[in-house]
Design a protein around this ligand. Structure first.
Ligand code: HEC
Length: 196
């Protein structure tokens, strides 16, 4: 009998440990916290890769980081999390993946207005939870301000080296992402999903 009880306890423990590993629904608060961390991870990882590429191989070679590494990183993060993650802007270089939807456009305008009234772009973020639908839609955006390093490819004619401008013109004939000044909102990281 004693042995049986002992076996049962072991089984219950095993069963419980199995349960604790199954995916439980998470609250919107936790979800939003996870989105904030993912956006930061995306920004940091891209910034680091860009900086290294710029200082090792020069800005022309670094174009590739924005052209391939950035979308790949967004795709990889989207796969890992199950969310839709992208970089959006009001003045896009790549209209296929960078075009903002209506809600994103409104938030980007708000971000720019807040920067004009003195707020620091790097602190700007917005959260939206649509609780009307059966399964909530949760959206998160983090502003991407134009840092001095961005001007090499997104600044005015004087900021962009000739060879870089040439390559950009060839790759992006409909490029609108030029003429930015340091501090202005260049775009945002946008994340959306349905919460469980
Ligand atoms: C070496 C050149 C280069 C530098 C430096 C650079 N970018 Fe870009 N950026 C690009 C290219 C090329 C694209 C288009 C990528 C694509 O094809 O999806 C792009 C796209 C973007 C997009 C996506 C929206 C769009 O316009 O298509 C954002 C947002 C962006 N860049 C922000 C920044 C920020 C912020 C910085 C500075 C931290 C920066 N970039 C620095 C070349 C650059």
């Amino acid at each position: 009998m004693k042995q049986k009880l002992c076996l049962m306890t072991v089984l219950i423990l095993l069963f419980n440990s199995g349960i604790s590993h199954t995916k439980e629904p998470i609250s919107n608060e936790v979800l939003i916290g996870n989105m904030q961390s993912a956006a930061l991870k995306f920004m940091k990882s891209l910034g680091k890769t860009l900086q290294t590429a710029m200082s090792t191989n020069g800005p022309e070679a670094a174009i590739q980081v924005c052209e391939t590494v950035a979308p790949n990183l967004a795709n990889q993060l989207s796969k890992e999390t199950g969310w839709k993650i992208s970089r959006v802007s009001l003045k896009v270089r790549n209209p296929l993946i960078g075009t903002a939807d209506l809600w994103e456009q409104q938030q980007l305008r708000q971000f720019s207005a807040r920067v004009l009234s003195g707020e620091a772009g790097r602190n700007l973020e917005v959260i939206f939870v649509d609780s009307r639908s059966e399964t909530n839609i949760v959206r998160y955006m983090k502003a991407l301000p134009t840092a001095p390093i961005c001007l090499t490819c997104h600044g005015s004619e004087n900021d962009i080296p000739k060879e870089v401008a040439k390559t950009l013109n060839r790759l992006y004939p409909f490029d609108k992402a030029k003429g930015y000044k340091a501090g202005e909102i260049r775009g945002a990281i946008s994340i959306q999903t349905r919460s469980q």
